[in-house]
Write a protein that binds this ligand. Structure first.
Ligand SMILES: NC(=O)c1ccc[n+]([C@@H]2O[C@H](COP(=O)([O-])OP(=O)(O)OC[C@H]3O[C@@H](n4cnc5c(N)ncnc54)[C@H](OP(=O)(O)O)[C@@H]3O)[C@@H](O)[C@H]2O)c1
Length: 305
């Protein structure tokens, strides 16, 4: 298909290609409406799409294309971080999409080595993303040995509308208690490693008590253990004619957890979104709850840094 010379638009060939791509994406969006994705209201009154798209370990060279495909598939919530080194590419995909800013939910994160330098690091992230605000800005790890997460949090409290919601990642209840005692704003979210083999019951109960939403990273266990081979997941997948990934995504959603599975594969992007036409039964949910074995894939929050 020729992508120039449509006869409708008289910009440069580059502008014409961009316009055509935007039009194609708009048509694609119409066919895969994102409206089925539920939203969760955070403790600051803002809303967040419960199912989004993560870009950890997406090669910076591929990220613009991958995020462009994810937006075309219907994702509107993107989770990145300064540490992932792909904020610029995420920003380019956002700009190229033509999707109104208000329809997107963009998260990025502050790495602990910049905790004493939060304002400058935040401005760098905004600039790389090409945005004048993010929807959610997170402290990436508590790094308790550095003893500066409270100071960093106070800096985030001052960002106002440039960080519409603020939150943390990998905080244990003891770290959250310190923030709650020593600062003004209760984090809107805590993003923690959470999947069937590591269900974080204590952290979830503590979050519930304080009105903090829980986000799961590695919602699919980074596909590093055999989810499809776990009997309760396999049984539910068969009963609903769904894949193991779809069952696990559904288990998170029905638990009220916010997730953003990562994939560079366009078919899996669609598969991971196609989870709103079935519901796990209470028995199926309980059987998956039974898979918890405290199996951490990443670092313990007190050990990192
Ligand atoms: N705050 C933190 O400390 C922290 C840490 C880690 C991650 N995160 C965030 O959480 C997001 C999600 O976590 P994650 O990326 O670590 O792990 P994940 O989403 O649990 O798993 C990603 C892996 O699963 C595979 N996958 C995805 N969908 C699949 C499907 N339908 N069938 C089979 N395999 C599938 C992907 O492979 P392909 O790409 O080859 O499809 C990839 O290898 C990250 O991208 C990042 O935004 C945050």
């Amino acid at each position: 298909m020729s992508i120039v010379g449509t006869g409708q638009f008289f910009g440069s060939p580059e502008e014409e290609r961009d316009k055509l791509l935007r039009d194609l994406m708009a048509q694609k969006r119409d066919r895969t409406s994102p409206s089925g994705i539920p939203v969760i209201t955070l403790n600051d009154g803002n809303t967040i799409p419960q199912l989004g798209f993560g870009v950890f370990k997406v090669d910076p060279q591929e990220t613009e294309q991958v995020v462009t495909e994810a937006l075309a598939a219907g994702y509107r919530h993107i989770d990145t971080a300064a540490f992932y080194d792909n904020e610029e590419a995420v920003g380019r995909a956002i700009a190229r999409s033509g999707i109104p800013r208000g329809e997107l939910f963009i998260t990025t994160k502050l790495w602990p080595s910049r905790f004493d330098d939060a304002e400058m690091a935040f401005n760098e992230s905004l600039e790389k993303l090409g945005l004048d605000y993010v929807d959610l800005y997170l402290l990436h790890w508590p790094a308790p040995r550095n003893n500066n997460f409270v100071r960093a949090w106070k800096a985030l409290e001052g960002f106002g509308e440039r960080a519409r919601s603020i939150g943390v990642c990998n905080f244990l209840p003891e770290h959250l208690d310190r923030l709650i005692d020593e600062t003004t704003i209760v984090p809107a979210v805590n993003q923690v490693e959470l999947h069937p083999a590591l269900q974080q019951r204590e952290t979830r109960a503590h979050a519930r008590k304080h009105g903090i939403a829980v986000e799961a990273w590695a919602p699919l266990g980074q596909w590093r253990y055999d989810l499809a081979g776990e009997a309760p997941i396999a049984a539910a997948a068969e009963a609903h004619a769904k894949t193991a990934a779809q069952v696990v995504i559904r288990w998170h959603l029905q638990n009220g957890i916010i997730i953003f599975p990562k994939t560079v594969n366009p078919e899996r992007m669609k598969e991971n979104l196609n989870v709103f036409d079935f519901e796990l039964t209470a028995e199926e949910m309980l059987a998956i709850d039974g898979l918890d074995r405290g199996q951490r894939l990443g670092s313990h929050p007190n050990e990192k840094h």
